[in-house]
Design a protein around this ligand. Structure first.
Ligand SMILES: *Cc1c(COP(=O)(O)O)cnc(C)c1O
Length: 484
């Protein structure tokens, strides 16, 4: 790209880093900002200015004489504005509070599950104090870090033994490696899922050292398919919950009971990756279809794995439970140390599990469960409140409407289930819906919604009560910035 005369003149007017630093030295705005942050912000601002001059986007016109001399102050102003923006950015945490108005309860990109107050409190205590993490207080010597949750998990699910690792992907890898390294794992073709974030059953299987033995077809797998595949080389029968999709139509698969019976006949252990894994029978809340962990234990599955932060509503963790001898084998695998759960997770998980002793209390206290079972009337009331408050911003450029749409549980749970929801849709005159979406995403507390039918849509199912203020403020600010 040839650089024009005007651009060359502008580039010559670009100040140096030291010059900008002197200019802002007296500015109170930067008083409490570490010097290293300011210097980096100035460098980036000058670079960005240089780029916008080169691409002709600087919005600087030469004066009547065709000279760039009156442009210098404009360049300086633009640079110092950018320095402020850069400093603001740098001083904010990178990981920060974001409003989930997308209506997906277990939203992997937005942090999956929110912890219950009880879990937060316990986490804070254990994080800020020494604890008996691996100390047996009865015996006065080294103990096991799993003892904080093992008994609870067994009590809640009926399993003989339990342990936890960093996440469910780790739990699956570890279990496969412990039980079937160098041997075949029989799995139905219809269950070779990809979970997202590049977790694919065939790949994990390969990394575990086990050999995959696929049986059946995508839509239909029969007992005889399993029977034909089982032999002395078989180490494990694996069932994977097809979390994020559903095969419908002409289908056949084995029930858990049938697979367990087959495993017993051939003395081969049976493992089930439940994915989401929940302890609550959702049919009581009018939501059908998600099997519980208790059902898998009762069916006699030897090893069951599931996530801590999907439908369970706790911290990220991989829970492994089942028959004692298999859990012992897994526990003694050296890989276990590499996938070890940390104490903050353990504290949050224990407190979350304790809530499940009273299922009603669990649903009331655990945000993920609260949101999934939130009564339609509640959502409607909140949507109406938000709509009223947004209309009260009192600007005719805002079009506020209420829409009947649906939310999703997310996290690979209940893939086909639409939860009916009442949403607030917004249009802003003079701004495209994409620009509105971008502006809210760029807000100090970013607000993530979705776009439907030219409306920016916010689903109130996943918005917390005290976040309505944030949304109203964001729109008030947005309107101020739009040309009247
Ligand atoms: C989500 C999921 C996993 C991975 O669990 P993480 O907790 O994300 O590691 C594994 N298997 C299934 C079936 C899943 O749905």
């Amino acid at each position: 790209m040839a650089i024009g005369k005007h651009q060359q003149a502008l580039l010559r007017k670009l100040p140096g880093v030291d010059h900008v630093l002197t200019l802002i030295a007296e500015d109170d705005y930067f008083a409490d900002i570490p010097q290293s942050v300011i210097v980096a912000a100035v460098r980036r601002a000058i670079d960005a200015m240089r780029r916008s001059i080169l691409t002709g986007q600087a919005g600087l016109a030469p004066d009547a004489a065709g000279e760039a001399h009156i442009i210098a102050p404009q360049i300086i102003t633009q640079i110092t504005d950018r320095v402020r923006t850069n400093v603001d950015r740098a001083m904010q945490p990178n990981l920060r509070h974001t409003v989930n108005a997308a209506g997906i309860v277990v939203h992997t990109n937005l942090g999956r599950s929110l912890l219950a107050c009880q879990a937060l409190t316990h986490l804070q205590t254990i994080a800020g104090r020494y604890s008996n993490l691996e100390y047996n207080l009865d015996r006065g010597r080294r103990g096991s870090r799993y003892s904080a949750v093992e008994d609870l998990l067994c009590e809640l699910t009926g399993a003989e033994a339990a342990m936890v690792v960093n996440n469910n992907a780790g739990a699956v890898l570890l279990s496969l490696n412990s039980l079937a390294d160098g041997r075949e794992v029989v799995i139905s073709r219809g269950e070779l899922v990809e979970i997202g974030g590049s977790f694919r059953i065939p790949d994990v299987m390969q990394k575990s050292g086990a050999q995959m033995r696929e049986v059946g077809t995508t839509n239909r797998t029969h007992l005889r398919d399993y029977e034909n595949a089982v032999g002395v080389q078989t180490g494990l029968l694996l069932k994977v919950h097809t979390s994020n999709y559903s095969v419908v139509g002409f289908t056949a698969s084995l029930s858990l009971t049938e697979i367990v019976a087959l495993g017993r006949r051939h003395q081969i252990p049976v493992m089930e990756d439940l994915g989401s894994g929940n302890l609550i029978d959702f049919s009581r809340y009018g939501l059908k279809g998600e099997p519980t962990v208790q059902q898998s234990v009762a069916a006699g599955v030897d090893v069951i794995t599931f996530s801590g932060d999907k439908l369970l509503g706790g911290p990220q963790a991989g829970i492994i439970l089942g028959r004692r001898n298999f859990i012992d084998t897994i526990r003694h695998n050296p890989l276990t140390r590499a996938l070890r759960i940390d104490k903050l997770t353990l504290a949050a998980l224990e407190a979350t599990l304790r809530l499940y002793r009273d299922p009603e209390a669990a649903v009331a206290a655990i945000p993920t469960l609260q949101m999934i079972t939130r009564p339609a009337a509640d959502i409607k009331a909140r949507a109406e409140e938000l709509a009223t408050r947004l209309r009260a911003v009192g600007d005719r450029r805002l079009t506020v409407t209420l829409l009947d749409l649906s939310s999703k549980t997310g996290g690979g749970a209940l893939p086909l289930l639409d939860l009916p929801s009442r949403c607030v849709g917004i249009r802003v005159d003079g701004l495209s819906v994409n620009a509105v979406e971008r502006a809210l995403r760029a807000h100090v507390t970013p607000i993530i919604g979705r776009i439907e039918a030219e409306f920016f849509v916010m689903d109130l199912r996943t918005v917390l009560d005290d976040e309505l203020d944030i949304i109203v403020n964001a729109f008030t600010e947005l309107i101020k910035e739009v040309e009247p």
